[in-house]
Design a binder for this molecule. Structure first.
Ligand code: SF4
Length: 295
């Protein structure tokens, strides 16, 4: 297996600090230390990821835009040669953060907008107003000059009152692409709102082509590990190529962590790579779409 596969896509946590209180986030169960990624560590990791041709998303268990060194992060990203983007929750899309996104100039932005029902929206995001968030989304599109690169992720909770079809039409009319996902337990850390069923995973399709790196530079099995028990490598000490080899060996012997024996992450059943690594940006984008479509 090509060593680039485990880092085909990467979620990189700039911070695990967040000021929101989303009902579908198990934040209260995080026991990993809190903090912000160091700039030298970020530059080292991004340099290695660029050499692998990874697609990097700044997300994780916190709001990436709370990082106090946004100018430095933007400079490092601009000089990295990487394809990078970020995921944020709709209520975090205020004027200050739109300006920060403008500075970062990511090639893609995923906005978590779980529902188009105003009452349900205010339950998932306590105290938040859906109309204000929709206006902020319009402001983001205006700032970028078009909706290109902006997509909406709708995590459908068990009590979602709007049909998937109506949700799809709503976002289509606004000119935004949409990905709908079933709310899962995030490694059994979430009990309410969950739609999916747990099962044991032997060779995780998500793990095979995707990596999660914490703000401390720890490569974990995935973002559902809230205590760091599934650490594969400390990227302060180990090169990404070595870490990739470790991931490939884990895949060949079966997922060793209790987390994976009761996993309901839909993407865990993605197919394992069955072809040569896609060399061009176009081929990579096509393969990523194929993977996401199988979730
Ligand atoms: S099987 Fe589930 S818990 Fe384990 S690495 Fe894959 S997504 Fe994460």
């Amino acid at each position: 297996m090509d060593k680039r596969w485990p880092f085909f896509t990467v979620d990189l946590e700039l911070t695990n600090i967040c000021e929101q209180n989303c009902s579908f986030c198990p934040r209260e169960k995080i026991t990993r230390p809190s903090g912000f990624i160091d700039m030298q560590l970020l530059a080292d990791i991004l340099r290695q990821l660029a050499a692998m041709g990874s697609r990097v998303t700044f997300c994780g268990m916190g709001n990436p835009m709370l990082h106090p060194q946004w100018h430095e992060i933007s400079d490092i990203c601009h000089n990295s040669g990487l394809k990078y983007g970020l995921t944020i929750q709709a209520p975090a899309l205020d004027a200050q953060n739109i300006a920060r996104i403008s500075m970062l100039a990511p090639s893609f932005i995923e906005i978590s907008f779980p529902t188009i029902d105003s009452g349900h929206f205010s339950q998932i995001y306590p105290g938040q107003d859906i109309e204000l968030c929709l206006r902020a989304l319009d402001d983001l599109v205006s700032m970028r000059g078009s909706a290109r690169g902006i997509s909406v992720i709708a995590v459908r909770t068990a009590d979602e009152p709007v049909s998937a079809e109506a949700t799809s039409v709503f976002w289509q009319n606004r000119g935004l692409s949409l990905r709908q996902q079933q709310c899962h337990s995030r490694g059994s850390n979430l009990t309410k709102n969950v739609v999916t069923r747990r099962r044991a995973i032997e060779a995780c399709g998500l793990f095979a082509t995707h990596s999660f790196i914490t703000w401390q530079g720890r490569l974990l099995a995935c973002c559902h590990d809230l205590n760091g028990a599934s650490e594969i490598a400390d990227l302060n000490q180990v090169l990404l190529t070595e870490a990739a080899q470790t991931k490939i060996e884990i895949l060949q012997h079966g997922m060793p962590w209790p987390l994976c024996s009761k996993c309901d992450e839909p993407a865990a059943t993605r197919p394992l790579p069955d072809r040569a690594y896609p060399e061009t940006a176009k081929a990579q984008s096509r393969y990523l779409k194929r993977l996401c479509a199988s979730d």
